[in-house]
Design a protein around this ligand. Structure first.
Ligand code: SF4
Ligand code: SF4
Length: 331
């Protein structure tokens, strides 16, 4: 293995130093079992992860979060259901820990109360796709709620129907002064026409690269991330259960132990149940396209990216992307 200083020039070494000591320890929390939408293909409902008794006592949430902080968590990723249905719980996290809130954007998070909390708005394509999969054009509402907000980005889940049509979506986002991060649909409910077919992912990789080149101020991404998520491969290894870094620590009985997120848990809203991983508990791992899991897969495997300058630069770009998306470094 080579050393960082032998592989990188001074500019890249400075970029490396900016992220090398971040020591991110994330966990994921289902803030509620409820949602104001019911999207076809939602991993949360399709896997039955909402079937726990939601804790309603805010003091129990506060005590739980205090314990999570003691456990070393320094990034609370709030998902659901729809977290904005429970603003008091979001506030309990925000007051105690760096927090990120994933939302469908229909309910506005008050910037008076949460001035710098990072918000990621889910988006499943253009208005036609959104109407088919989510029952409404959420962008029309979320873009009004968050236009120009410096701590908000769209988490755009690209579906096979979006091939060749990604640019108008990116342009709409750029036009309202927001950023976007790209990920891929896993089609957990087998919606007809929304599963990836042979060859489509190669075309999509090219399209994602083009968007990054054309809209560098809007798209928060990296070409190496595009390569890994569309191919499901990294350094000749295939993504899946054996390699996944985003498995809840107490449920991780894999042998030999793979490189993984340290002390990562995904907690249900009863504050007792844990789910298998950062996404659907019932998904076939060999078909998983989860963006955060692929990003983390790259990040926990730094050593494997130490054999050439290009590999290490790729690793740094993915780490920077993650750090930007969760507000550890500026855009
Ligand atoms: S908005 Fe999110 S949590 Fe709600 S149904 Fe859609 S994907 Fe699921
Ligand atoms: S479904 Fe995806 S994120 Fe979950 S354990 Fe499998 S590979 Fe990992």
């Amino acid at each position: 293995m080579k050393t960082v200083s032998s592989l990188l020039d001074q500019d890249w070494q400075a970029r490396y130093k900016r992220i090398a000591n971040l020591n991110i320890r994330s966990s994921i929390y289902d803030v509620t079992n409820r949602c104001n939408l019911r999207c076809k293909g939602c991993f949360f409902f399709s896997s039955g992860e909402h079937e726990v008794t939601e804790e309603m006592d805010i003091r129990k949430w506060e005590n739980f979060i205090d314990k999570e902080k003691e456990r070393g968590v320094n990034l609370a990723i709030l998902i659901g259901g729809e977290p904005t249905l429970c603003m008091d719980r979001i506030e309990a996290f925000y007051k105690r820990l760096p927090a990120y809130c994933a939302t469908n954007g229909l309910i506005k998070i008050s910037r008076d109360k949460f001035p710098d909390m990072m918000v990621g708005i889910s988006l499943w394509g253009g208005s036609a796709d959104e109407k088919v999969l989510r029952g409404r054009d959420t962008f029309a509402i979320s873009s009004k709620n968050y236009a120009g907000d410096p701590y908000t980005y769209y988490l755009y889940t690209i579906t096979p129907k979006q091939l060749g049509k990604v640019e108008p979506v990116i342009k709409r986002i750029a036009d309202v002064g927001l950023k976007v991060h790209l990920q891929l649909l896993s089609n957990d409910e087998g919606v007809d026409g929304f599963s990836w077919r042979e060859g489509e992912l190669k075309d999509l990789r090219r399209e994602m690269d083009e968007m990054l080149d054309k809209y560098p101020q809007t798209v928060i991404s990296s070409k190496y991330y595009h390569e890994v998520i569309t191919s499901g491969k990294m350094m000749g290894r295939r993504f899946g259960w054996k390699e996944c870094p985003s498995v809840t620590e107490s449920l991780d009985n894999r042998k030999p132990q793979t490189r993984r997120l340290i002390h990562f848990f995904r907690w249900a809203s009863d504050l007792q149940t844990v789910h298998r991983c950062c996404t659907s508990a019932t998904r076939d791992c060999s078909t998983c396209k989860d963006g955060a899991a692929h990003m983390s897969w790259i990040m926990v495997n730094k050593r494997d990216h130490m054999s050439s300058t290009k590999d290490l630069q790729n690793w740094i770009e993915v780490y920077e992307m993650f750090a930007k998306l969760y507000r550890f470094i500026p855009w």
